[in-house]
Ligand binder design. Structure first.
Ligand code: SF4
Length: 965
């Protein structure tokens, strides 16, 4: 045949070759998003990971991190055996020991504590997903000194939301992606809920022209989501609250608020007592039965504000039956935010957002909310039995995360955003921000923390869970003399609503013995000597500091569980090696942080897809084993035998927190016929595995909106235990519990703050959101430290696990300090110059990179890239340690001393949230001879027993080559 140059060449490319001989489904854990994955196995090894298309979280989408989970699983940095320290603490010298030996050591230390003073155990966990187990374990042990890492991360979002709406941003709510016409994101980088947000943004961007939605991102740094926003507002860090108040000011001024929503669903009409100086001032006026009062315009009298047929006034002075004066919440709110100090012109300079932009955004919000109503043609019934033909919503949605949360004014700023949402009527409505079950919860939250010394006894469980939500000074965990009851001082006057604890203060307080010394620090998955620490050098010193009199370490015992040879390993005495997420069962429970979406309740498991090839055990198994060995109630039967002999899988199936309520909601009941409430089902895990490792209950259409006031939803929610009662959840513009703390600071009641905290509590426990300068910024000289310094989480990495991943570190193997070109010009810095970053606390040396998409007063870098030499099985000249760095080195856990010498924790004064983003620095060009390597550099740690260095050439996949069918 002759060659025909015009013939079409037909090439056969198999785009879906068979790569595996087995596929197992589980849940990704390369970040906290919890996507469903299909893990392809070949000859028992992991070949390929893809997204599970049936999964409610990701619907098949898989991000770079998720597919690179293979490299986390096969990482040479995996710990391989239990270890006991043999050299000085911090030297990194260990010997391999057996599990029997390791567990006997742990039981010896922990048993002694429990028999004498359970408070001497501080048990803190990192980004784990098993807080329903770890918190309960701590309670059974009897220590109040427990928290997960939420105090690091997002307690400001959680507390502000739960005290205001009964739900929160974070991963517990989402925009109505299908219907919203205007989305505002505040301080959101690649974070929790990452794939759902990406999928949602894709939906917004893919809309036809006549249904376009505008996406506005408020963030000092234009990366990630901000890079694809229709409008980026490069705000000055820590000023979002002022920006939001200016929006509120404009909406109030233009009378563009949803009065109907406010009357129906919020405490806007509730009367607030105005009786300056009295113990009732600022509290909600109530009747003899405790019902809030309003002024009923129809009856021309005060009335129970919760009655469905009142016609409440939203303004006006009222004289209460006892003669006191009271005004509605909305009146107080309007008076405050209409003040000229919150006008766009007044806040423009502080926020860096032009007044004209603020006015325009306010007008756009009002237009989207009030000119573009969204209806869902589904009849529903409200809490009072009133029938509605359809759901009518406001097409404005909001989302916020760490850029709000990680400031010392974050609690109030987050509440300010919630106020804005309520004024626009865009809570849980079509087009608005929506709760994900099990939210909304009752407001204020029902659970109080336990942990005062009268709730602790040797050998006994704690009288309640260590984590809860104080509503008044009497709920604080303080002793009779006012001393904090907890080692982290959570729920003391220093951080009264520290609903997730203050993990960043545990080591510093334990080192000082303030409020008391502890015996054992038990940490799980928390790199507390490195990227999870403030003041890294100081933390290492505290962990190794000894009592000169006894030669004993100030923190006598440290037990650490992790899957990897992180920087923290060297500072522990006993290492309990965990598995990777592909080697164990996990539970993403409704009792913890489930995978629900706005239309349905859902939970999930992880199942082991491969067996560990090392002498490691899942941490949850170890915890349950320790519980049984220690004889903790709940972990042993009456005869002392372990209650869960097959450990965590056994516990997942058989543990009941309350009758019928267990860790997993799906396939309950003897034969799997029940959902959420039902007897344990021995076959439950198999049912999950057969269903892609997740369960989901889709809400009927008439239960999907206004769930704070939706009768049928609330009935179901009460039945399954999400809410305590079938009654309307009134959204709280005005947060009365805060006023109770403020009254105490003003001298009322038996529990009052100590004098050195009195003024701070009085100022900051304002029942309406306030803005104040972030505490570090207020404490340092603005001319000496003129720049804000932030970290951002990159798309490709979640935290330090990701930055040791062989594939992902090719994307971010080193990090640089990014700054605006104009700022660099002023500092005479060019791309790749070396510079010193100096805070009030310490200095680091870094390389700089210039860009346009950043606030001019802000420098920033990627999170958790820098590594200490000798860790993570990296070469000692790895770029992560030569050129990578952490801002953590220049962040202090304490603010600079006040005039009286006292140093506050670097935290939000209400919730104790670590104020990572308050950091202020100056940047100075390094001398030429200083270029080349980051500073500080800490001593190289020796390799751990049984750990290999990673190969210089990665040959993963070579074994599979040529075998595709
Ligand atoms: S978003 Fe998170 S959970 Fe989902 S695939 Fe990526 S890393 Fe995994």
């Amino acid at each position: 045949m002759r060659w025909n140059p015009f013939a079409t060449i037909v090439e056969t490319v198999d785009t879906s070759p068979k790569v595996s001989d087995e596929v197992k489904q589980t849940t990704c854990y390369m970040c906290a998003c919890r996507c469903g994955i299909n893990v392809h196995l070949r000859d028992g090894r992991i070949r390929y990971i893809e997204g599970n298309r049936a999964h409610p979280v990701n619907k098949g989408v898989l991000c770079a991190k998720g597919s690179a989970g293979i490299m986390n699983h096969y990482s040479p940095a995996r710990l391989s055996t239990p270890l006991r320290r043999v050299g000085p603490r911090g030297s990194g010298q260990f010997e391999a020991i057996s599990w029997d030996d390791a567990l006997a050591t742990a039981v010896d230390w922990l048993g002694r504590i429990r028999r004498t003073d359970p408070r001497k155990l501080a048990f803190f966990t990192g980004r784990d997903q098993s807080q329903a187990l770890t918190g309960w374990w701590a309670q059974q042990f009897g220590t109040p000194n427990y928290a997960a890492h939420g105090g690091f991360c997002s307690v400001n979002m959680a507390a502000a939301g739960l005290y205001t709406l009964g739900g929160s941003f974070w991963e517990f709510g989402e925009p109505d992606w299908e219907r919203t016409r205007y989305l505002m994101m505040f301080g959101v980088a690649e974070d929790h809920d990452s794939n759902p947000i990406k999928i949602g943004l894709g939906k917004l961007k893919g809309r036809p022209a006549d249904a376009r939605a505008k996406f506005v991102s408020v963030n000092p740094i234009r990366t990630g989501y901000s890079a694809i926003a229709d409008e980026w507002i490069g705000i000055r860090p820590g000023t979002d609250g002022l920006f939001v108040f200016a929006l509120i000011h404009e909406l109030l001024r233009a009378d563009r608020i949803d009065l109907d929503f406010l009357v129906r669903y919020t405490n806007a009409p509730w009367l607030v007592v105005q009786d300056a100086g009295s113990a009732r001032d600022g509290l909600i006026a109530r009747d003899a039965d405790g019902h809030p009062l309003c002024w009923d315009r129809r009856a021309d009298a005060v009335a129970n504000a919760l009655l469905p047929d009142v016609v409440p006034a939203l303004a006006g002075d009222v004289t209460l039956p006892d003669g006191r004066r009271a005004v509605p919440v909305l009146q107080l709110l309007a008076q405050r935010y209409l003040d000229a100090r919150y006008s766009p012109d007044a806040v423009a300079s502080a926020t860096g957002v032009p007044a004209s932009t603020i006015r325009r955004i306010a007008a756009e919000l009002a237009h989207a909310a009030f000119e573009q109503p969204v209806t869902v043609e589904v009849p529903w019934t409200d809490w009072a039995g009133r029938h509605h033909d359809r759901f009518v919503g406001r097409a404005v949605s909001m989302h916020a995360m760490r850029g709000i949360s990680a400031h010392s004014n974050g609690f109030h700023t987050c509440r300010a955003i919630h106020l804005l949402q309520m004024l626009l009527g865009s809570i849980d409505c079509p087009g608005g921000w929506r709760y994900k079950p099990p939210f909304p919860r009752n407001v204020p939250p029902a659970l109080r923390p336990a942990g005062r010394s009268d709730q602790i006894a040797p050998g006994q469980p704690l009288a309640g869970l260590p984590i809860g939500f104080p509503l008044a000074p009497e709920d604080l965990l303080i002793e009779a003399d006012g001393t904090p009851s907890r080692i982290d001082k959570a729920y003391s006057w220093e951080a009264p609503i520290a609903a997730h604890g203050l993990m960043h203060m545990v080591i510093a307080n334990a080192h000082k013995g303030d409020p008391y010394p502890i015996d054992t620090l038990f940490l799980f998955m928390a790199n507390m000597s490195w990227n999870s620490a403030m003041n890294t050098a100081g933390t290492m010193a505290m962990l190794t500091d000894q009592d000169p009199a006894t030669g004993e370490y100030k923190i006598p015992h440290i037990i650490y569980s992790d899957a990897y040879s992180s920087e923290m390993v060297a500072y522990a005495d006993l290492i309990l090696p965990d598995t990777t997420y592909l080697e164990r069962h996990d539970c993403i429970s409704l009792l913890d942080r489930p995978i629900c979406d706005a239309d349905g309740a859902a939970d999930a498991i992880r199942q082991p897809v491969v067996k560990p090839d090392r002498d490691v055990r899942p941490f949850q198994d170890v915890l349950i084993d320790l519980g049984a060995r220690l004889g903790l109630p709940g972990f042993v039967n009456a005869d002392g035998a372990p209650k869960y002999p097959s450990f965590y899988p056994d516990y997942l199936v058989h543990h009941e927190r309350r009758p019928g309520i267990g860790m997993l909601a799906g396939w309950r009941g003897k034969s799997g016929e029940r959902e959420i409430v039902g007897e344990p089902n021995p076959d439950q895990l198999a049912r999950y595995v057969a269903h892609g490792c997740f369960w989901r209950h889709e809400l009927p259409e008439h239960e999907r909106y206004f769930r704070h006031a939706n009768r049928d939803y609330l009935r179901w929610a009460a039945h399954v235990g999400f809410v305590a009662r079938v009654e309307q959840i009134v959204l709280q513009l005005y947060c009365e519990p805060l006023q109770r703390f403020r009254l105490a600071a003003q001298g009322h009641g038996p529990a009052q703050p100590p004098d050195h905290l009195r003024a701070r509590v009085e100022a900051q426990f304002d029942p309406l959101p306030i803005w104040y300068t972030p505490l570090e910024e207020a404490a340092v000289d603005a001319e000496e430290f003129p720049l804000h310094a932030l970290t951002q989480r990159p798309m490709a990495m979640y935290h330090s696990w990701g930055s040791q991943n062989a594939w992902l570190r090719q994307i971010h193997g080193r990090n640089k300090l990014h700054m605006h070109r104009k700022t660099a010009e002023r500092l005479e810095l060019a791309d790749d110059d070396w510079a010193w970053v100096i805070s009030h606390h310490a200095r680091i040396k870094v390389q700089v990179k210039l860009m346009d998409g950043v606030n001019e007063d802000t420098v920033w870098t990627w999170n958790a890239i820098g590594k200490r030499k000798g860790t993570w099985a990296l070469a000692t000249d790895a770029p992560e340690s030569e050129n990578g760095f952490l801002l953590n080195h220049v962040i202090s856990e304490l603010l600079p001393p006040r005039a009286d010498g006292h140093r506050w924790a670097n935290s939000d004064p209400i919730t104790g949230q670590a104020a990572w983003y308050d950091l202020r620095v100056r940047v100075e060009k390094a001398a030429p001879e200083e270029a080349g390597e980051t500073y500080p550099a800490f001593a190289t740690l020796p390799p751990l027993p049984n750990l290999k260095l990673r190969p210089s050439i990665l040959r993963y996949g070579a074994a599979f080559r040529g075998r595709a069918e």
